[in-house]
Design a protein around this ligand. Sequence first.
Ligand code: HEM
Length: 466
Amino acid sequence: MSAFGILGALTATYLIYWIVRAVYRVKFHPLSRFPGSKVAAASAAWYEWYWNFHQPGQLLFEIERQHQKYGPIIRIGPSDLHINDPEVYQDVTRVGSKFVKDAKFYNFITFPGSSIGETDPAAHRIRRQVLTPAFSPQRVQELAPFIKQQVDKLLSRFSEFAKTSTPVDVNAASKAFTMDIISKILFGQQVGCLDDPEFRNDFVRYIKEAFEMGWTATAFPELTKFMLSVPDWLSKAIFPIPIMIFKEVSSYLERQKHTTSVAEPEHMKSVVIDMLVDANSAKGHVVPTPDQLTEEIIMLLSAGNDTTSDALIIGIWQICRHPEVVRRLEDELNMAFPNVRNTDAITYENVRSLPYLNAVIKEILRISNPLPGRLPRLVPQEGYNLYGQHVPAGTALNFSAHLLNRHPSVWTNPKDFDPNRWLGSDTAFLDKYLATFQNGTRQCLGKQYVSDFSIRSAAWLTSPVD
Ligand code: HEM
């Protein structure tokens, strides 16, 4: 048989296999009784490709439409269900739940073994213990003066633009602001995005590109495996951020060798790197290799930059659209801080009890959903009972904060930006159902940073600039 003949036979065999498998998945698979798209049931890859590439970023909204049509459970892949029910979400993500992160998804959008990407609960517990001191309330206090400086810098950049009536790219400015903060937390020094005339920086650009490739990674894992197997020089040319981060981490470690802790102010340190390279940080902690250390820092950089800047951008937009919110915020802040030039008086202790400011921040976090969707968790060995139906072990249950934070069983007029909802007597109930940071043991580690600094920065941002 000629080479063409062999190729033809192989292609035909694969096609037959693909069709038989698709028929099995759609008609006979244990999840076939659940409603949803037949294309998704046959092949998650092509379904995701269509709704994330061909209709860019529309998968979440298509999932929303499918829920409106079929109810709280829909099938979105051969072994994936998407659930839109806050009670099921609470149960799956509660502390002590046996659900674990789905490696099939996380291994391709994160680095396995990193704080976010680790799927083994025991290994994750150790990594979380190692990193927790870097995100403690005490650390937040130590960083406050530095963050205040960045707010001042941002305000003075805004006032420069105002003087020449030049429009500000709020998107770029927010990303620059959060990148300078997160890089300081992670490397002990900022990368200087706020100093760039147009707030540009390669870190921000490369991270954006990496996120854009993230869709491909989950939809076509085999393609991603192939791309990751190319020689180092080629993969680094395609994906340059590891080199940049590796250099930053190495330069921090080098600086540490030559600096005494007395000479180094607390906020110049990277508690993250210090803890990761210390074998005594937690029982069972194995010091990561330089590559693993770089991977952890990349994950933290993306976890801490895009999320916070997206919340900031959407927050600014929502506030600008609601003049009554601006007025009430100004009234509350003017009352609390009559001497507006004394920004030093704006401490966390002084602002955390301001009800309206806190309500605005919570509402921004509800409506912005920086991580809007689909963080799959695997059904444990014994299976799961979903509305009286048995769901087999290994099925991935997916939830989306975008939908949960708008679920009508919890939120009244969910599409409205309404800080007042956080001023009633049921705030504890709303807090419990806010899905922005995840629940349980895999809850966001940066939540304290975000809650604290967003409140302070919002207050600082309302103070005048010379
Ligand atoms: C508005 C800002 C933020 C939002 C909405 C957010 C949201 C989230 C969510 C939803 C998760 C769970 C991800 C999953 O289940 O796969 C998560 C995990 C995580 N986030 Fe955040 N995040 C924010 C800011 C930050 C910041 C500033 C940091 C600090 C660098 C950070 C560090 C982490 C880490 C380390 C994890 C993994 C926690 C674990 O699995 O133990 N996040 N975040």
